[in-house]
Design a protein around this ligand. Structure first.
Ligand code: SAM
Length: 263
């Protein structure tokens, strides 16, 4: 696992501008697990998914590799934030989460592509309750769907960002179709066939730009002294957006896979 998260330097704005996952997703996931004692939200960031999961589970453990991200964790009486540095062994992680066969739901929201996936799955298989425990992973991608013009500039930005994308981003570009997912389907996507969901969000142009600044590639380039969101790109976005004062609906596309441990 990476020693640091690309989000370490943009945690505050990340929390303010990233889209929120709809509550219905969490109701749907919770209906799939047989018990509701313990959930684990991995790569939790500011815990937005953890807090939503906590509406359905007695206790949620929310973990992240980034201490600055965890400092932004939304306080919730049933959510416990824990730091999981890459140096933690599998056994240590399993023990920290509550032991083998103890977790009813694992969620990984827009994060698994950063993980050491074989190590993570090995831990997930151990801690998930058998039978009845469910793991769900999802991501939205970097293309901004407001109108065809904005999407076109967004595709150009993807190319500009390419040298700064970390290897795991390939899974996002492929919309999780090639993400390993060695679990039994529960009817909500399966390996090779993620289910596609929509996540609309109203955004001002300013919020949209801030959201772009929190992209891992833009943040990584910035840490290396390179500004990928040049004045030219911003101007192109502005023209495509149609006016600085317009609030527009941005349709994020989400790709989700859920499953249980194979018998
Ligand atoms: C795009 S953010 C998503 C945060 C949150 N789940 C959400 O949906 O808002 C990805 C998160 O994964 C964390 N992360 C990256 N690599 C990780 C790893 N190997 N183990 C745990 N967390 C990791 C990052 O620090 C970051 O908080």
């Amino acid at each position: 696992m990476a020693m640091h998260s690309p989000y370490d330097t943009v945690t505050k704005s990340y929390v303010a501008v990233r889209p929120q996952y709809p509550d219905q997703w969490f109701s749907k996931l919770s209906a799939l697990t047989s018990r509701h004692a313990l959930a684990w939200d991995a790569g939790t960031g500011n815990g937005q998914a953890a807090v939503a999961v906590a509406e359905h589970y007695e206790r949620v453990v929310a973990t992240d590799i980034s201490e600055p991200m965890l400092k932004q964790g939304i306080p919730h009486p049933r959510v416990q934030y824990l730091h999981t540095p890459s140096s933690l062994s599998e056994d240590e992680t399993v023990a920290m989460l509550g032991g083998e066969n103890s977790v009813d739901l694992i969620t990984v929201a827009t994060a698994i592509h950063w993980f050491d996936i074989p190590k993570f799955y090995s831990i997930a298989q151990r801690v998930l309750r058998k039978p009845g425990g469910v793991i769900a992973v999802w991501t939205y991608n970097d293309l901004i769907r407001v109108n065809p013009e904005v999407e076109q500039v967004s595709r150009r930005l993807r190319e500009i960002c390419r040298p700064y994308w970390k290897p795991g981003m390939q899974y996002v570009f492929e919309e999780y179709r090639n993400l390993p997912f060695p679990f039994e389907s529960v009817g909500l996507g399966c390996e090779g066939q993620p289910v596609e969901l929509e996540m609309p969000r109203e955004m001002s142009f300013e919020a949209f730009l801030s959201c772009q600044r929190t992209s891992s590639a833009v943040a990584t380039a910035k840490q290396n002294g390179v500004d990928l969101l040049t004045d030219d790109v911003v101007r192109e976005f502005e023209t495509a957006w149609g006016g600085l004062d317009l609030v527009r609906t941005v349709n994020f596309k989400v790709f989700m896979l859920a499953g249980t441990v194979k018998a």
